[in-house]
Design a protein around this ligand. Structure first.
Ligand code: PHE
Ligand code: FE
Length: 300
């Protein structure tokens, strides 16, 4: 499992940052961060052992991707040329900027919600600089450079997804004003982190939490246990999620165009409605909902 509690944890972490005098609870080094929490990557400081660990993580995932990751992810990852060691963000950032106008910025770890949304709204994706330790090969609680870079950056090369994430950043700033953050966080969780997408060849993963995980990438597609339900914005925003286990439900989009279009309307009335309702447990199935069958067993 590398279920990573991105949105929920970001909030928790920031609480610990502001409430505890010994900011030492945070894993990254925040002392050199600027007002936007940006640091220098200091690529030369990574050790040969860290580059070797990256290669092991990369190779394990690369083997699992064919037939499981969506095509956009596969194609972009190949272009990023990141197999040989922890990548130099500046190089990928330049390539990305030419493709979709996004840049990568290095951060010490989780950043406050407002800062995170500001970055996205300006087409900057924050990438954590530190790499997990060898004993965290299979499971990591906080996002590290492997999750952030390998899991998230490839889709930023797709113009529609890239546009969606910028809109999400703007929507996040708005949600902060409207007390809508818990709902928006669920949307992020069930799409950007744990989303599935249909393809002519069958179900595929596009969520970064899945694609950077050695276990969940198989589980989410072929295990009979979890639900796979067609994506619907308000339904997703009502649904709780698990941050310390594989997901009990995955929501399935038909295309990134659908994700972009369905999230375009003003969320204010949705937030207002959801505040009057109880959230749904993570394993709910509502009347009339289809629980899509698991994909057939993968050949390899
Ligand atoms: N349409 C959303 C709003 O009005 C903003 C948003 C767009 C949120 C895309 C998420 C993704 O708040
Ligand atoms: Fe993430």
């Amino acid at each position: 499992m590398d279920a990573i509690g991105i949105s929920a944890e970001r909030a928790d972490f920031f609480k610990s940052l502001t409430e505890k005098s010994d900011g030492g609870k945070l894993r990254g080094d925040y002392t050199l961060a600027d007002a936007q929490y940006v640091v220098a990557q200091d690529w030369a400081a990574y050790t040969p052992e860290q580059h070797a660990l990256w290669r092991r993580l990369y190779q394990r995932q690369a083997k699992l991707l064919p037939g499981r990751a969506c095509d956009v992810f596969m194609d972009s990852l190949a272009k990023m040329d990141a197999a040989d060691g922890i990548p130099n963000f500046a190089r990928t950032s330049d390539l990305l900027f030419k493709t979709t106008g996004w840049r990568l910025v290095a951060v010490p770890g989780l950043v406050p919600d407002h800062t995170f949304f500001e970055h996205l709204a300006h087409r900057r994706f924050p990438v954590t600089v530190w790499l997990r330790e060898p004993h965290e090969f299979d499971y990591i609680v906080e996002p590290d450079v492997f999750h952030d870079f390998f899991g998230h950056v490839p889709l930023l090369f797709n113009p529609i997804f890239a546009g969606h994430l910028q809109q999400y950043g703007q929507g996040g700033l708005k949600a902060l004003q409207l007390d809508g953050l818990p709902y928006l966080a669920r949307l992020y969780w069930y799409t950007v982190e744990f989303g599935l997408i249909r393809s002519p060849q069958g179900l595929r993963a596009y969520g970064a939490g899945i694609l950077s995980s050695g276990g969940e990438i198989g589980y989410c597609l072929t295990d009979p246990t979890p639900r796979r339900i067609p994506f619907e914005v308000e339904r997703v925003m009502r649904t709780r999620y698990k941050i310390d286990s594989y997901q009990e439900t995955y929501f399935v989009i038909d295309s990134f165009e659908q994700l972009f279009k369905d999230t375009a309307p003003d969320f204010s009335p949705i937030y207002a409605r959801l505040k009057q309702m109880e959230p749904l447990p993570a394993d709910s199935l509502l009347p009339g909902e289809i629980d899509l069958p698991a994909a057939g067993r993968h050949a390899s």
